[in-house]
Design a protein around this ligand. Structure first.
Ligand SMILES: C[S@@+](CC[C@H](N)C(=O)[O-])C[C@H]1O[C@@H](n2cnc3c(N)ncnc32)[C@H](O)[C@@H]1O
Length: 235
């Protein structure tokens, strides 16, 4: 929840853009946090430093105010970075995703066979047309896309799409808004790239967002379009 709060306040972006360690009072000013809440901001920062997401230092001699900075590994929380995974963090920390975890004990005792903790908490599933996901559709899709951007960035750097060279077609099953398929289409233009996802997810994709990828709406448990290679990536 501290991470969620920090992302919502834009703290990783402020630390990154400041380019040098920032004191608590400077940070409070940047974020327009009222002075009455500066001590609470200090607690939040201490917790995030303790967990290794942020870093801090104090000049030798001690007296000076502690100042905070972003360790290189946390740059994946900065909005302007291509491989920013903050949307993924915001999705998994959203109350809709967190509530089922509060009821795990009850689920073990009373959950019906085949019912997930998510179904039990919300009375409906994460996927499907009439689902809770409809309430967080954009957040969910963007979360998955942010994870996929990180993965595709690494795949491109390591030239991992080469494994697909020679296949004529690939289908990304449950491929969401197509971040992975688009990356493959760009790296290997000769390969026919398809995404199979639920119809209401495919419906969010305008023609100009498809970038050479075919989007097919359907249920993977009923039909998977034939292709030389089938890709299944879970965020
Ligand atoms: C965890 S997300 C993964 C998205 C993407 N593969 C990625 O890694 O970024 C699961 C995806 O599967 C889709 N999905 C769930 N049930 C499905 C079904 N029965 N048929 C087709 N797609 C489904 C969801 O809409 C969602 O986009």
């Amino acid at each position: 929840m501290s991470l969620k709060c920090a992302i919502e306040l834009g703290i990783p972006d402020v630390l990154h853009n400041h380019r040098k360690p920032i004191t608590l009072s400077e940070l409070a000013t940047f974020l327009s946090i009222p002075p009455s809440k500066t001590p609470a901001l200090g607690s939040l920062m201490r917790l995030l430093v303790h967990s290794g997401l942020f870093a801090s230092h104090r000049h030798q001699g001690g007296g000076e105010e502690e100042s905070y900075f972003l360790p290189p590994t946390s740059e994946i929380l900065v909005k302007e970075k291509k491989a920013c995974i903050s949307p993924f963090a915001l999705m998994i920390l959203n109350w809709i995703m967190v509530v089922p975890g509060h009821q795990l004990g009850e689920w073990f005792r009373a959950g019906a066979a085949g019912e997930t903790p998510f179904d039990m908490a919300h009375g409906k599933g994460l996927f499907g047309e009439t689902n809770v996901r409809a309430d967080l559709n954009d957040l969910f899709n963007e979360a998955m896309a942010s994870d996929a951007r990180l993965v595709t960035e690494v795949a491109l750097l390591r030239r991992q799409w080469e494994v697909l060279r020679g296949v004529r077609s690939v289908v990304d099953v449950g491929g969401g808004t197509g971040t992975v398929a688009k990356s493959i289409a760009k790296a290997l233009p000769e390969v026919r790239c398809m995404v199979l996802d639920l119809p209401h997810v495919v419906a969010t994709m305008d023609e100009d967002q498809r970038e050479g990828v075919e989007f097919i709406g359907g249920d993977m448990f009923e039909h998977i379009p034939p292709a030389d290679a089938v890709l299944l990536k879970v965020g």
